[in-house]
Write a protein that binds this ligand. Structure first.
Ligand code: PEP
Length: 250
C-alpha cells in the first residue's frame, strides 16, 4: 500500500507574516489523521520559522531546491545538510522552473537528488514534458531521459527512497490540468520504467501528479491507480483549498 502524499510548493510567494498566517490556517483546519502525508515547501528564508510552527503537527517540511555540493565556496547555494539542520524532511529537485529558467540539466538534477538522498532528505524528483514534446509524441522519451539520469547516477534503491512528481510543463500554472487518463498513462509508464530496474521498488514508489490541481479536480486525478497524490503550486497558497485537496487523497 502506497500512502499518498500531498505537497505544496509555495514558490517565491509570501512574506514572514503571510507564511505564519497560512501555516496557522492550515494547522487550525487540518484533520488529526489524514490519509495522505502532507508536505509544505515554503521559500528557504522561512523554513526555520515554518519548522518551529509545524512542530508536532501532521505537516512535514520541504524545501524547493538544494545544492548538488555538500559544502564549500558556492555563493548563494543551500546544502542538503543545512536543510536537514533547519528541520526539512523533503526537497523538490528538477522542478520545471529550475530546468527551464535556471538551466538545471538532467545530470545536475541527478546530483542534487544524490546530495539530498545522502543526507537523509526525501527528494521529490519532478519530471515532465513541454507542450511541443507532447504534440510531437515525445512525452515518453523526455520522461525516460529525465528519469534515467537519476537511475544511472543513484540507482533504483535511491530512487525508491524518493518520490517522483509527474508535472507536464503545459499544465503548470496554466489552469489546464492533464486529464486523469493522460496522467494515468504517464504515471504507469514511469512505474514501468522504474520496474525494468526493480519491480518491488517500482510498486512501492509514490508518483505524484502536478499541474493545475485544484479542489475541483483533485479527487478525479487522485483516483487513478498510479497517481499517489499531488504536487500543488498555486492552490497550495490558499489554506482552505489546499486542505480540500489533502482530503481528496485517500
Ligand atoms: C508546480 O509548480 O509544481 C505546480 C504544480 O503548479 P500549479 O499547481 O500552480 O500548476
Amino acid at each position: 500500500m502506497r500512502r499518498p502524499i500531498v505537497a505544496g510548493n509555495w514558490k517565491m510567494h509570501g512574506s514572514r507574516s503571510e507564511t505564519a498566517a497560512l501555516i496557522e490556517e492550515l494547522l487550525s483546519g487540518a484533520p488529526a489523521k489524514p490519509a495522505a502525508a502532507c508536505v509544505i515547501c515554503p521559500p528557504f528564508v522561512y523554513l526555520q520559522e515554518a519548522a518551529r510552527l509545524l512542530r508536532d503537527s501532521i505537516f512535514s517540511l520541504g524545501a524547493q531546491d538544494v545544492c548538488a555540493e555538500a559544502h564549500g565556496a558556492f555563493t548563494g547555494e543551500i546544502s542538503a545538510a543545512m536543510l536537514k539542520d533547519v528541520g526539512c524532511e523533503y526537497v523538490i529537485v528538477g522542478h520545471s522552473e529550475r530546468r527551464l529558467l535556471y538551466r538545471d540539466g538532467d545530470q545536475l538534477i541527478a546530483r542534487k537528488f544524490a546530495a539530498a538522498h545522502a543526507r537523509g532528505l526525501v527528494p521529490i524528483l519532478c519530471v515532465g514534458e513541454q507542450l511541443a514534446d507532447r504534440e510531437a509524441g515525445r512525452t515518453n522519451e523526455v520522461i525516460t531521459r529525465q528519469l534515467d539520469a537519476v537511475l544511472e547516477l543513484c540507482g533504483a534503491g535511491a530512487l525508491g527512497h524518493g518520490v517522483i512528481a509527474y508535472e507536464p510543463v503545459w499544465a503548470i500554472g496554466t489552469g489546464r490540468n492533464a486529464t486523469p487518463d493522460q496522467a494515468q498513462e504517464v504515471h504507469a509508464f514511469i512505474r514501468a520504467r522504474v520496474g525494468e530496474r526493480d519491480a518491488k521498488i517500482a510498486a512501492a514508489t509514490r508518483i505524484l501528479y502536478g499541474g493545475s490541481v485544484k479542489a475541483g479536480n483533485a479527487a478525479e486525478l487522485f483516483e487513478m491507480p498510479d497517481v499517489d497524490g499531488g504536487l500543488i503550486g498555486g492552490a497550495s497558497l490558499k489554506g482552505d483549498e489546499f486542505l480540500t485537496i489533502l482530503a481528496a487523497a485517500r
